[in-house]
Design a protein around this ligand. Structure first.
Ligand code: T46
Length: 136
């Protein structure tokens, strides 16, 4: 499985760092939604789902966390530890987010508005979707 991690260009000067993200230039899709999670309790794992069509970029803009990616055949754990790194998560990719530091803020840029019907929350159903998409 190919893990796509973007390294964004910081505009640093003696005042500090600034990162600007523009759709289709820095982000490979039109940004339709932004959300973020923080104050994640110790030991919590979030996610446990895939999406039918949503694409996202995950950026741990403060603190650290880990992302498990699973394409139905292979699993990879990707640490997010830098505010200038973005992890691309495609559709039909099972994800779990865990090992959040106390101060972690995980920012997500999403290609579509929130839509519960886009979620695949059952792992066996996810595997079925993966198999079906291969047969097309
Ligand atoms: C994903 C991972 C990385 C909304 O009302 N609007 C939103 O845009 C989102 C993302 C969530 N919500 C509500 C739905 C739930 O009542 O916020 C609550 C928590 O959402 P959820 O349990 O889906 O959160 P995670 O951390 O399991 O998953 C989220 C995203 O939902 C998901 O698309 O890929 O982060």
């Amino acid at each position: 499985m190919q893990v796509i991690k973007y390294v964004f260009q910081p505009h640093g000067d003696d005042r500090g760092q600034l990162i600007a993200l523009e759709e289709f230039t820095d982000i490979p899709f039109e940004i339709k939604r932004v959300y973020y999670m923080y104050d994640t309790a110790e030991g919590v794992t979030r996610g446990f789902h895939a999406h039918k069509s949503l694409e996202q970029i995950l950026i741990c803009i403060h603190g650290t966390c880990k992302i498990l990616l699973d394409n139905g055949k292979e699993k990879k754990i990707v640490p997010l530890e830098k505010p200038y790194e973005g992890l691309y998560v495609s559709n039909y990719m099972w994800r779990e987010m865990f090992d959040f530091s106390d101060d972690a803020v995980l920012l997500v840029l999403a290609s579509k508005p929130y839509d519960e019907s886009d979620y695949i929350r059952n792992y066996d159903e996810f595997l079925k979707f993966v198999k079906e998409s291969e047969e097309l």
